[in-house]
Design a protein around this ligand. Structure first.
Ligand SMILES: *[C@@H]1O[C@H](CO)[C@@H](O)[C@H](O)[C@H]1NC(C)=O
Ligand SMILES: *[C@@H]1O[C@H](CO)[C@@H](O)[C@H](O)[C@H]1NC(C)=O
Ligand SMILES: *[C@@H]1O[C@H](CO)[C@@H](O)[C@H](O)[C@H]1NC(C)=O
Ligand SMILES: *[C@@H]1O[C@H](CO)[C@@H](O)[C@H](O)[C@H]1NC(C)=O
Ligand SMILES: *[C@@H]1O[C@H](CO)[C@@H](O)[C@H](O)[C@H]1NC(C)=O
Ligand SMILES: *[C@@H]1O[C@H](CO)[C@@H](O)[C@H](O)[C@H]1NC(C)=O
Ligand SMILES: *[C@@H]1O[C@H](CO)[C@@H](O)[C@H](O)[C@H]1NC(C)=O
Ligand SMILES: *[C@@H]1O[C@H](CO)[C@@H](O)[C@H](O)[C@H]1NC(C)=O
Ligand SMILES: *[C@@H]1O[C@H](CO)[C@@H](O)[C@H](O)[C@H]1NC(C)=O
Ligand SMILES: *[C@@H]1O[C@H](CO)[C@@H](O)[C@H](O)[C@H]1NC(C)=O
Ligand SMILES: *[C@@H]1O[C@H](CO)[C@@H](O)[C@H](O)[C@H]1NC(C)=O
Ligand SMILES: *[C@@H]1O[C@H](CO)[C@@H](O)[C@H](O)[C@H]1NC(C)=O
Ligand SMILES: [Cu+2]
Length: 560
């Protein structure tokens, strides 16, 4: 019998403690018990699904190049899987996490050891459940420090703090999505926005505790801000202070100052907060939704405070601020246009200069017949008219073991019938269904233009690509014009990230190199859109070199 992992973990931790001054531990062990936890937040006692009883869940702290081992034990009645959002998972797709894409779920009572190395990345990422709507409460931060002895490319902050933004439902989230799927209509919106688990004032519920960040006058603080919300892009702002953006999605950017940041679900943003206001009292922190389409959202403002620590008993007046208006497209646009890769000698921007596969994905909503639904129809979502149907075994297993009949490798590179994407002339909202992937040879370069459509309504879609970072080389409004628009692409210092907003009624162009063999999910990170089918996968073939093939699956790999 092999020694159980926990015991081995304990031995390693003890060894690490003894040798802490001599060597760094390069393997970090975590145990995630997925358990129900009764919580009394928002004046209601209700059980939520958590990791280790924490909301938000535990923070993973590691250094670049470390190997992470997370033993996940499922103690709840739901199937579970965990995704390490933004971790490249080079050759280790088996640890990526999206259920039925790279793995079968960890079923109730089962265990799975995620095993991956943090290669070529440093900054903030997040982990979250990647099945059902569990990520509403099953999420947490991943902090990747630079290699030992390597400084940040900006002055070292006095302290750092993780700031996790979330959405809170009074109801059980699984009941919310099940009700929506049964009716075929949109799902209920959340009841509050949370900052590190604490909401602002909520109707019919007062005297709520808020998250507070204590600061010393004159010092600098780095906030590692994460949007872990299910369905909403968010504004984040602190009264009386500018924020200097230094990193997004675990890549450094050219620092710039801003009043407010905009952050989509799945995105992370590191900012420097300088405690340089008049050194007394508290300053309000506000979080509110960004939505510039006629879609109903939860417009409650989440609150926290920044409190100056001063020797004299400070007058605890709170300086207030209002978030940008919900439809402040200009604020969001200016923010995203300000993001540029650092492109220094140490951190060059390696954007592909030539393109092997040029793709145009038209994304949006549709309506399909449904005899049992309220309206005789259900709202769906699609990419190039394909509403993705989840398979019953994972695509990665089907690919690795050559199982036929699970997917077809014929995902359309372009919309099957070109149309005026952002116009309102389309009257047939029906889509096709399929489990179709797009095949890429190892090391191919890809340009992908994500084009929003006005089908039902134009809307901002934050797209997330697993297994890669991509470069955001361009964006614009209306229909993408290949001749005109490609001339203006930034092929010098575009921002590198893993999640990008496709603007409402516009397009975004990204480039990446397919240098990671496996099956990689591409989807809208608004959970309701993912559920409705706004997803597909890239199948990246093995290369020929020794480091260019997918590793074999681990022994404890979950079965379907
Ligand atoms: C949560 O609290 C409710 C009511 O107080 C109780 O009935 C339930 O057993 C508790 N659940 C857990 C998992 O502790
Ligand atoms: C983690 O995966 C590596 C291969 O990438 C393997 O060598 C190692 O043994 C694995 N660790 C555990 C604890 O399974
Ligand atoms: C969704 O909202 C409607 C209207 O407020 C309410 O009747 C229903 O119970 C809600 N559904 C869930 C699952 O909470
Ligand atoms: C301090 O906060 C106040 C109130 O928001 C603001 O008007 C002022 O500009 C801030 N001072 C500095 C130095 O930023
Ligand atoms: C949210 O919207 C409702 C209804 O439109 C409105 O009454 C309320 O004032 C709004 N709340 C905030 C915080 O904007
Ligand atoms: C935002 O919404 C407000 C209130 O509905 C409206 O008056 C304003 O014109 C809108 N702004 C933009 C930029 O659409
Ligand atoms: C039924 O569908 C129509 C057209 O899509 C929509 O306007 C209407 O609100 C739907 N009915 C319900 C009950 O949502
Ligand atoms: C596309 O639709 C928009 C809005 O309806 C319209 O202004 C535009 O002229 C159309 N473009 C073409 C090429 O038909
Ligand atoms: C999508 O496919 C459906 C079903 O074949 C078809 O009726 C519809 O016209 C297509 N829509 C577009 C925009 O291609
Ligand atoms: C990948 O392609 C680039 C050219 O686009 C080439 O320079 C590089 O050597 C290739 N790498 C591998 C591992 O094949
Ligand atoms: C393969 O990977 C190993 C370990 O990451 C590295 O030491 C080696 O240089 C790589 N070989 C090639 C040919 O890239
Ligand atoms: C959990 O996953 C397994 C394997 O895919 C599946 O057979 C089972 O129905 C799922 N259980 C639930 C409750 O969905
Ligand atoms: Cu979307």
């Amino acid at each position: 019998m092999a020694i159980p992992i926990v015991d081995r973990a304990l031995i390693v931790v003890v060894l690490c403690l003894f040798s802490a001054m001599l060597i760094e531990c390069r393997v970090r062990h975590y145990k995630f018990n997925v358990v129900l936890k009764n919580t009394t937040r928002l004046c209601a006692t209700k059980p939520i699904v958590t990791v280790n009883g924490q909301f938000p869940g535990p923070t993973i702290v590691a250094r670049e190049d470390d190997t992470i081992l997370v033993k996940v034990v499922n103690h709840v009645k739901y199937n579970v899987s965990i995704h390490w959002h933004g971790v490249r998972q080079i050759r280790t797709g088996w640890s990526d996490g999206p259920a039925y894409i790279t793995q079968c779920p960890i079923q109730p009572g089962q265990t799975y050891l995620y095993n991956f190395t943090l290669t070529g990345q440093r900054g903030t990422l997040l982990w979250h459940a990647h099945i059902l709507w569990l990520r509403a409460t099953v999420h947490g931060a991943i902090v990747i420090l630079p290699k030992l002895g390597v400084p940040y490319p900006f002055p070292k902050p006095h302290k750092e703090a993780v700031v996790v933004l979330g959405e809170w439902w009074k109801s059980d989230v699984e009941a919310v999505i099940n009700q929506a799927l049964k009716s075929g209509l949109a799902s209920n919106v959340s009841d509050a926005h949370t900052i590190n688990g604490y909401p602002g004032p909520v109707q019919g519920c007062n005297s709520q505790k808020l998250f507070n960040l204590p600061v010393e006058p004159g010092k600098k603080y780095m906030l590692r801000i994460i949007n872990a919300a299910l369905n909403e892009e968010l504004f984040f702002k602190i009264a009386g202070h500018h924020l200097t953006v230094v990193e997004v999605d675990a890549t450094y950017v050219k620092p710039f100052k801003t009043d407010a940041i905009v952050i989509a679900p799945g995105q992370t943003t590191n900012v420097i907060l300088e405690a340089n206001n008049k050194s007394t009292g508290k300053y309000l922190v506000v979080v509110s939704p960004f939505m510039d389409a006629p879609i109903s959202v939860d417009n409650a403002t989440g609150l926290a405070t920044v409190r100056y620590l001063t020797n004299s008993p400070s007058v605890l007046t709170t300086t207030l601020t209002a978030p940008p208006p919900i439809n402040a497209t200009q604020v969001a646009d200016t923010f995203s246009s300000s993001l540029r890769g650092l492109n220094s000698k140490e951190y060059p921007v390696r954007v592909p200069q030539s393109v092997d596969h040029s793709l145009l994905f038209a994304v949006g909503l549709g309506v399909n017949p449904c005899s049992t639904c309220v309206n005789g129809s259900r709202v769906v979502a699609d990419i190039n008219n394909v509403t993705f149907v989840m398979p019953t075994v994972s695509l990665l297993q089907a690919h690795y073991f050559n199982t036929s009949g699970v997917f077809t490798a014929d995902f359309p590179a372009n919309p099957p019938v070109p149309f005026n994407y952002t116009g309102n002339q389309v009257s047939n909202f029906q889509t096709t269904k399929g489990t179709r992937v797009y095949k890429l040879p190892y090391n191919a370069t890809v340009q992908l233009v994500l084009q929003d459509t006005a089908m039902l309504t134009p809307e901002n879609h934050p797209f997330h690509l697993h297994g890669f970072n991509f470069f955001v080389v361009g964006k614009g409004s209306g229909n993408y014009n290949p001749k005109k628009d490609s001339k203006k692409f930034n092929l010098v210092d575009p921002v590198e990230r893993n999640t990008v907003g496709v603007p409402s009624g516009g397009w975004t162009s990204i480039r990446f190199r397919a240098d990671n063999p496996g099956v990689w999910f591409l989807h809208c990170h608004l959970e309701i859109h993912t559920t409705w089918g706004l997803k597909m996968a890239f199948l990246v073939e093995n290369g020929v070199g020794p480091n260019e093939t997918l590793l074999p699956p681990p022994k404890d790999f979950p079965k379907c």
